[in-house]
Design a binder for this molecule. Structure first.
Ligand code: NAP
Length: 430
């Protein structure tokens, strides 16, 4: 006989398949705790969310760690809780987490693509199914209703259950552990769209590509995607230890940015002295790229995310007709470009943000085929949610991607049965 559901389950105490308790454990951010991530996240017991006709409730085994919930914890550049309340949502807290691996536990009445018991990874692109932009078959990442799950939406993966839309669920690669499967989708799909989503500037065989932050979450994915397409990635890093890391992922060369000092916004073009110093720095960096590539060719795609500090250099070195594609401004939001080079050499500066369903399926296929590794570097227990975000905030996190065990009681497990056995054996901790 099926036992009645408990009010709340311990982490890893797997309920009967499909049985949903009224409450769950979650790592919660509240407005009064906005600030350093270490203090902002606290474990609380909260209601399990209701789901709509096209929604899916996923029992979370592991969650991925991304920069967006550093921002959410700090309440900058936006207060995600107040933003949702303005749209009519009642919760006065935020459950973040934009990457997950887990099991489909309940489906809405109109869901057809997954069923209870399916093992899945979740991508973080959400949009209204009835948004006229979406129903017209256009790229949903441009839709007015598009938001990022676990950042702009509540009920992310730092909780025992997460509420997602049906199309966000993709098959979990069976060769990966729960924590590996939770680590790659957000950064991998973002990098995939940046490198494959903006024709005609898409990566192809032999193409030189410059990748900033090559040992970071996005960069580690980008190097592998470029390699899988037959391109030649040159990575930029700060630190000796990261050079080998990038080469092992498939970078043909690596530049240590600490050898250069021309970073920051462009000096005004009328200031010949300062501009000349900047130009020399940028040209030296360009030469370092040729050396790392082993050929005097410029990058046809520059993979950007540091933003303010690096974009003048990215714009200068990009090949004629090439593209600087950017998805963030970690060092600042003011982009300065020498427009003379930009128009005469007909370059493209392209903004890019996460990915659509096709692009998410594209990166998942590369992972399933073993062409892209999730680059999981460190796994934390559920109580370590604040700590890993703090490390990221301080740029002291390890190379690659981090994950958090939610219901999975320990690392190395790949199926629900393994989770049940490990819980029964009392195996806890990352
Ligand atoms: P990450 O793992 O921290 O990697 C970022 C890398 O940037 C670091 O490894 C660092 O490498 C490099 N970096 C830091 N300061 C730099 C500087 N001053 N100049 C040049 N490089 C610098 O973070 P991530 O997950 O890759 O994310 C990076 C940014 O992209 C974040 O702001 C994140 O919010 C954003 N993002 C946006 C989207 C989107 O869809 N729009 C998706 C994913 C991420 P070195 O110190 O070794 O150079």
């Amino acid at each position: 006989m099926t036992p009645p559901p408990k009010d709340v389950y311990a982490l890893g105490d797997v309920p009967e398949l499909g049985q949903v308790p009224p409450t769950m454990l979650a790592q919660v951010i509240r407005g009064e705790r906005f600030g350093e991530p270490l203090e902002a996240f606290k474990e609380e017991t909260v209601p399990v969310p209701d789901i709509g006709p096209r929604d899916v409730l996923v029992y979370v085994m592991a969650a991925g760690v991304n920069y967006n919930n550093v921002w959410a914890a700090m309440g900058i550049p936006i207060d995600v809780i107040k933003n949702r309340q303005k749209k009519g949502e009642k919760e006065d807290f935020h459950i973040g987490g934009s990457d997950a691996s887990g099991v489909v536990w309940k489906v809405g009445k109109d869901v057809t693509n997954v069923k209870v018991g399916d093992e899945v990874v979740v991508h973080c692109g959400m949009w209204n199914h009835d948004d006229p932009w979406v129903t017209a078959g256009k790229d949903p990442m441009f839709a007015p209703s598009q938001i990022i799950w676990g950042y702009e939406s509540n009920w992310g993966s730092f909780a025992q259950f997460t509420k997602v839309q049906d199309h966000q669920c993709l098959p979990k690669p069976t060769h990966l552990t729960w924590e590996e499967a939770a680590a790659y989708m957000l950064v991998g799909a973002t990098a995939y769209r940046m490198l494959h989503g903006w024709p005609p500037n898409v990566v192809g065989p032999g193409d030189p590509v410059l990748i900033w932050g090559g040992a970071g979450g996005l960069g580690s994915m980008a190097i592998q995607i470029v390699k899988a397409a037959g391109g030649r990635a040159v990575a930029v890093v700060a630190g000796e230890d990261k050079v080998e890391y990038c080469k092992n992922l498939g970078a043909v060369g690596v530049i240590d940015r600490r050898k250069f000092s021309h970073w920051g916004m462009l000096p005004r073009w009328t200031n010949e002295l300062d501009y000349g110093v900047w130009l020399k720095g940028a040209r030296d960096f360009g030469k370092a790229f040729w050396e790392a590539l082993g050929e005097k060719r410029s990058p046809v795609i520059v993979f950007e995310h540091p933003g303010e500090n690096t974009i003048p250099t990215s714009g200068m070195m990009c090949e004629t007709g090439g593209m600087v594609v950017i998805c963030a401004g970690t060092t600042g939001y003011n982009a300065t470009l020498d427009l003379r080079y930009h128009w005469m050499r007909q370059k493209r500066l392209q903004g890019s943000h996460f990915a659509n369903d096709v692009q998410c399926a594209g990166i998942n296929k590369l992972v399933m085929e073993g062409k892209v590794d999730p680059c999981l570097s460190r796994t934390f227990g559920f109580a370590g949610t604040g700590e890993c975000h703090q490390l990221m905030r301080d740029n002291k996190h390890p190379s690659g991607n981090m994950a958090i065990l939610v219901n999975a009681p320990r690392t190395g497990l790949k199926t629900v049965d393994e989770v049940k056995a490990a819980f029964a054996a009392g195996g806890a901790g990352a």
